[in-house]
Design a protein. Structure first.
Ligand code: NAD
Length: 274
């Protein structure tokens, strides 16, 4: 069972299912990335702020999987906003990853109080034209920031990466993305594990002969989100990817809708100031 690919608004294709590396230390990340690639993952999500880009690059090389078969995302650190800084920051990430290009480069947080994200984005537009990244996108952007980019720049972000899981379903932003041709990437797709004990999910797990984590990841896949759950445990790394051999019924998909609780397990972008 293959992982589906989603076509981004510039024609680049992204595997809908990948591996997240937040909170994996520089020491642990290499083995985790190698395990993920050996298990069949072909999409990795890292960031300058995770301080593990060297280990991610090393994991790719150790796996023996050709570079061009792996979709690599990294993100601009919060202290690197601005047109010129953005260009320098990606150069630094490429050196740490030991890659010639990344597949997707994201503004990690808009930090609207600094009012630099539009100039940063103009730097990103140059980076994609220069071939340093195949696509550019944003993360933690709200409706107002997407609107401002639309008015003050040329390239529509390929993705917006936002916190999204059964307890925070982001209906408004998902509709905005749909209208603007932006793909939705779901960070903390398992709510960092916090949502998995819910009786509705454990009940569905029993019904389908899967784990609650697999039920949640399958829900994301069926509603069209791009996901990259994180685990340091080889068994869970493999378990999380094993969601392409079953399908949730429409009624069961809809029942997960009832778990919306407005729960932020990470920083709320409306309040986050870096
Ligand atoms: P996640 O929702 O993927 O949860 C990871 C945690 O869930 C693990 O640490 C583990 O405790 C648990 N878990 C994983 N697999 C499990 C399983 N099969 N069964 C039971 N428990 C399991 O959380 P995350 O790591 O925060 O998010 C995924 C990725 O999203 C990150 O690694 C990172 O790449 C990205 N991310 C981006 C931002 C952003 O601001 N753009 C913020 C947070 C995360």
């Amino acid at each position: 069972y293959g992982v589906p690919q989603i076509e981004l608004n510039n024609g680049v294709r992204i595997p809908q299912f990948g591996f997240g590396t937040f909170q994996l230390s520089a020491d642990d990340v290499t083995a985790a990335v190698r395990t993920a690639l050996e298990a069949g993952y072909r999409h990795l999500d890292t960031a300058q702020a995770y301080e593990n880009e060297e280990g991610v690059g090393e994991g790719i090389r150790q796996s023996g999987v050709p570079r061009e078969e792996v979709f690599v995302t990294t993100k601009l650190a919060n202290d690197a906003h601005g047109h010129d800084n953005a260009i320098t920051a990606l150069e630094g990430s490429l050196q740490r990853l030991e890659l010639e290009y990344v597949d997707l480069y994201l503004i990690h947080w808009p930090l609207p109080n600094q009012d630099k994200y539009v100039r940063t984005w103009h730097g990103f537009e140059e980076l994609v034209r220069a071939g340093k990244t195949r696509a550019i996108g944003v993360s933690n952007f709200g409706v107002a920031e997407l609107e401002r980019l639309a008015h003050e720049s040329q390239i529509v972000p390929a993705v917006n990466q936002i916190e999204l899981h059964p307890a925070l379903q982001q209906a408004e932003l998902r509709a905005q993305h749909e209208a603007r041709g932006i793909a939705t990437e779901a960070w903390s797709p398992l709510g960092q594990g916090e949502v998995l004990g819910d009786p509705l999910l454990t009940g569905l797990a029993e019904k389908y002969g899967k784990t609650a984590a697999q039920i949640v990841l399958r829900w994301h896949v069926q509603i069209g989100n791009i996901v990259f759950p994180k685990s340091a445990t080889p068994e869970r790394i493999r378990e999380n990817l094993a969601v392409f051999d079953f399908e949730l019924s429409d009624a069961d998909l809809a029942s997960i809708g009832s778990l919306e609780a407005g729960l932020h397990t990470g920083p709320d972008p409306a309040e986050f100031r870096g």
